[in-house]
Design a protein around this ligand. Structure first.
Ligand code: FAD
Ligand code: NAP
Length: 368
């Protein structure tokens, strides 16, 4: 009886409904709508999921055309970039819009700086490599992060001591209500630790169409993360450069993190909690080894991976999914898991950490 329920539960996620298409076509645009389409392959967690309606766009004109279509304008909408920061726990009843706006353009150049605008559908890592090849500094520490340029401001992507806000100039986004393009400055994006206005009050209200970055021709390098220093040493690099740091980051990441093309995952499932100095002091007396990073404002960042590891989760496998063996922050789908499996595992982890440390971990991954 139990087994039949389990089979039915998994089948409901994988039944192939009939996919059919329709189009809108005019002089400028050709847009194709697909119905009941599997979008499993467009997300790095690779759990089974269908979109009620799916459509890709490669220009602002196409996007506006789609959004003014009587049939689709009222549907709930979800913007899909590289699908590397999302987990679906059920099929999406609405319109999934896949952003494929490409292009790069230098909008301003001085002796010291380059202002480069990139289409939201550009692959992030390819964009980084392009800038590295020109020797423009600022985003080399952010090498090998999956996903697209358009999602980079969403959670102010960060790694190895650098965040997108450090190089961000402005972005353009389509307001879903007015269908007008608006420009957002750095201040207006309200960037925080893995946060921006687009993850909060503006969630689901704008589609980012391009991002402009301010990069340096004579960069100051950030090698403060120990792993970068030691990797550079191993590479026999005595004088850091944009390309050496990029290569070092690629090497560290490749040796440690699961490649989503091989093992389904969405990077860090949880954020590192930031707690008050007082809470930290009391935790430290109880747990002297607690991995911590004091912040300038007196708060303390705790390594969530350390907490999860201490609770015995690191490397744990439950059937076809689990916690990665090298990094306890990363939940993985070895193939065959459904979104709810991963979500339930994350709830168990949150509960166990909370019971022992009194810290409630927050999920970083966007849930649908
Ligand atoms: P998606 O997953 O497609 O979308 C994420 C969210 O943004 C969704 O809510 C989506 O609706 C919204 N969105 C996407 N594009 C747009 C748009 N154009 N306009 C409006 N909304 C949009 N993140 C880090 O910060 N640092 C890391 O070091 C890092 N490492 C990772 C390593 C691995 C192996 C993996 C799998 C993930 C990692 N991530 C990291 C998480 C992820 O790659 C980033 O958050 C990335 O920016 C997500 O981009 P995406 O295009 O895949 O976004
Ligand atoms: P790590 O180097 O093992 O470090 C563990 C945690 O400690 C990190 O989360 C990091 O916080 C923090 N940390 C380490 N050194 C620090 C320092 N010198 N100053 C302040 N904080 C420090 O982490 P990792 O898993 O290999 O990841 C390396 C980098 O890639 C980290 O910056 C991480 O955020 C990023 N990354 C992010 C994702 C994601 O999906 N968001 C996935 C993989 C890797 P921070 O996370 O705040 O940097």
């Amino acid at each position: 009886m139990h087994k039949t329920n389990e089979i039915t539960r998994r089948m409901s996620h994988s039944i192939k409904k009939i996919v059919f298409f329709d189009f809108i076509k005019n002089q400028k645009t050709l847009v194709q709508f697909e119905y009941n389409k599997s979008i499993q392959e467009f997300t790095t967690f690779a759990v089974p999921v269908q979109a009620e309606v799916f459509c890709a766009f490669s220009s602002i004109d196409e996007l506006k055309e789609i959004l003014s279509t009587e049939k689709h304008s009222k549907r709930e909408k979800l913007i899909l970039g590289g699908g590397s920061n999302m987990l679906f726990t059920k099929d999406f009843e609405g319109l999934v819009l896949k952003n494929e706006i490409s292009g790069k353009e230098i909008v301003k150049e001085t002796e010291k700086e380059v202002f480069i605008k990139a289409g939201a559908g550009e692959n992030w890592h390819e964009f980084v490599l392009f800038c590295v090849s020109k020797n423009w500094g600022g985003i080399e520490n952010l090498s090998l992060i999956p996903g697209n340029v358009g999602a980079s401001p969403m959670q102010n992507i960060g790694a190895y001591g650098v965040e997108i806000k450090d190089v961000f100039h402005s972005l353009e986004a389509l307001n879903l209500e007015t269908l007008k393009i608006e420009t957002f400055s750095k201040e207006e994006c309200r960037f925080g630790y893995r946060e921006s206005i687009f993850k909060n009050s503006h969630k689901g209200k704008y589609i980012i169409t391009s991002v402009t970055f301010e990069l340096q021709k004579q960069p100051v390098f950030n090698t403060s993360y120990g792993a970068i220093e030691s990797q550079l040493k191993e590479m026999n690099v005595s004088k850091p450069s944009v390309s050496a740091i990029s290569e070092a980051v690629i090497a560290i990441r490749s040796s440690k993190l699961p490649d989503p093309k091989i093992i389904g995952n969405a990077g860090s499932f949880f954020k590192n909690p930031v707690i008050s100095g007082t809470q930290f002091n009391s935790l430290k007396t109880q747990f002297p080894q607690i991995a911590n990073y004091p912040q300038k404002d007196g708060t303390v960042k705790i390594a969530a991976g350390w907490l999860i590891d201490q609770m015995g989760w690191k490397g744990k496998t439950i059937g076809s999914y689990g916690v990665h063996k090298n990094q306890a922050l990363v939940l993985v789908n070895y193939g065959g898991a459904i979104g709810k499996d991963i979500y339930d595992l994350s709830s168990r982890i949150i509960q166990s950490v909370s019971e022992t440390y009194g810290i409630t971990l927050e999920r970083e991954v966007n849930l649908y």
